[in-house]
Design a protein around this ligand. Structure first.
Ligand SMILES: CC(=O)SCCNC(=O)CCNC(=O)[C@H](O)C(C)(C)COP(=O)(O)OP(=O)(O)OC[C@H]1O[C@@H](n2cnc3c(N)ncnc32)[C@H](O)[C@@H]1OP(=O)(O)O
Length: 418
């Protein structure tokens, strides 16, 4: 007989429960409840039972949750230990009765105990995670480029003194990780990519053979021969009537470590014969892209949304690890209903470093822990949040001081979904 969700145990799974847990995940995500043996093997091989949670109603798994270790780049390039949360689902028959709340509380308590500085996730829907102390900390933008409108001359692709080569997947798995290591240290909001990311994104590991289209991989080398850009893209082989090639090239991933490589790779993509539309995929919200085109209006913004959500678990380490362009002092009252990171903190920061200590001084700015995450990666304005009633100035001008300290000239970006 099925039991009330409040009476179900929430616990990590065992090895033998991995297939049922994956089927429950598929059910919760409205994919087919049938999962192929190949997918069970590939997904299952990546699951550490001690970092999972589940609820079972008799024999049926009805809730899934998983976390894994990740590094998140803070402002200034330091890598912080993150508890990355993924595969969250509660089966439709058991929703809205607290199962997610219970799984989240267990996972965040374990992450805090381990010493993780933050927890991270990408949210399926905006309203789910704010209640657990997460705040949207990085955004994504996707553009659709109308190539004939760009003003670029297709027959004369812009080059610099470097070169572009097409390489195969084996080569990408060899050279990609080192490029990504350099890339991610320069991009607050970027996250670590393990071997598995490279295997899954180059077809070496597949959930389903039928769904894989091998991309083209274009590597850019600078004049000195250093690899400073990598673009993976596919094209759709679409032809219009009158024998007109009308192909759409979709970028799967494009990372660079120099603006020059960025410019050359986008111009290369816009110079491909037969391609009249380029879809950018996930880009930084302040990407250079539209302005790399003589007519930036040729790039139409088709998606703008939050991607990376952050939950601060250790305020002192989070604020001390990042860098600050200006000097200042701020006393923050951080409100955390879960009791993990709340309290009053005094931040004294400047270009030479920062110190954050607990204090009993009068607070200047009061804010929920989720709003602190939104400010921490440099993307949001405290003045704007004050106008929205999401942070409260206890001392006039405190939000402006927070902006001068915390905001950054470039916006954070998380290129990966997890
Ligand atoms: C990181 C990731 O994996 S993102 C993927 C998240 N998963 C999905 O979106 C799959 C489909 N949805 C689900 O599986 C479930 O609805 C979940 C996991 C989102 C929520 O699970 P539940 O067990 O229903 O959540 P729970 O009962 O603990 O809800 C707690 C509160 O959040 C609210 N809430 C939960 N989900 C949502 C939502 N999608 N939108 C708005 N509010 C929500 C509930 O109403 C409840 O509010 P209350 O405390 O005021 O009553």
């Amino acid at each position: 007989m099925s039991r009330h969700p409040q009476d179900l145990d929430v616990r990590p799974i065992t090895d033998s429960e991995i297939p049922d847990w994956i089927r429950a995940l598929h059910t919760g995500f409205l994919r087919s409840p049938h999962v192929s043996d190949q997918e069970l093997a590939v997904r299952g091989g990546n699951i550490t039972p001690a970092r999972t949670l589940a609820a079972f109603d008799d024999a049926r798994c009805v809730a899934t949750f998983r976390s894994f270790p990740q590094e998140l780049t803070a402002v200034g390039g330091a890598l912080v230990a993150a508890d990355a949360i993924t595969n969250v689902s509660v089966t439709a028959t058991h929703r809205r009765r607290g199962l997610l709340t219970r799984m989240m509380a267990l996972d965040l308590a374990a992450a805090k105990e381990r010493g993780d500085v933050v927890a991270t996730l990408t949210a399926a829907e905006y309203p789910i995670y704010g209640r657990y102390g997460f705040g949207p900390a990085a955004h994504t933008a996707e553009w659709t480029i109308d190539v004939p409108r760009t003003g670029l001359e297709r027959h004369r692709p812009v080059l610099d003194d470097g070169r572009i080569d097409l390489v195969d997947a084996d080569e990408v798995r060899k050279l990609g990780p080192e490029l990504h290591e350099r890339f991610r240290r320069a991009v607050p909001g970027a996250i670590s990519r393990g071997d598995r990311w490279w295997q899954l994104n180059t077809g070496a590991l597949r959930f389903d053979d039928d769904e894989w289209t091998e991309p083209f991989y274009a590597v850019h080398r600078s004049a000195s021969g250093e690899i400073d850009g990598l673009a993976a893209y596919v094209s759709d082989d679409h032809w219009g009537d009158g024998k007109r090639p009308l192909q759409t090239a979709t970028v799967k991933s494009l990372i660079t470590t120099s603006p020059s490589a960025e410019r050359v790779l986008w111009h290369y993509l816009c110079s491909l014969d037969w391609v009249t539309t380029v879809k950018s995929g996930n880009r930084a919200p302040d990407d250079l892209l539209p302005h790399l085109l003589p007519d930036p209006r040729a790039a139409r913004l088709t998606t703008y949304a939050d991607t990376l959500w952050v939950r601060i678990l250790d305020v002192v380490r989070a604020l001390e690890v990042r860098t600050y362009a200006t000097s200042g002092t701020l006393v923050l009252e951080v409100v955390d209903e879960a009791g993990l990171a709340g309290g009053r903190y005094r931040l004294q920061a400047g270009p030479d470093g920062a110190e954050c200590v607990r204090t009993d001084q009068e607070p200047e700015l009061t804010l929920p822990v989720g709003e602190l995450a939104t400010l921490w990666l440099g993307d949001e304005s405290a003045v704007r949040l004050a106008a929205l009633g999401r942070v409260r100035e206890q001392q006039k001008g405190a939000a402006s001081v927070a902006d001068a300290l915390l905001r950054t000239s470039r916006r954070p970006w998380c290129p990966d979904i997890f």
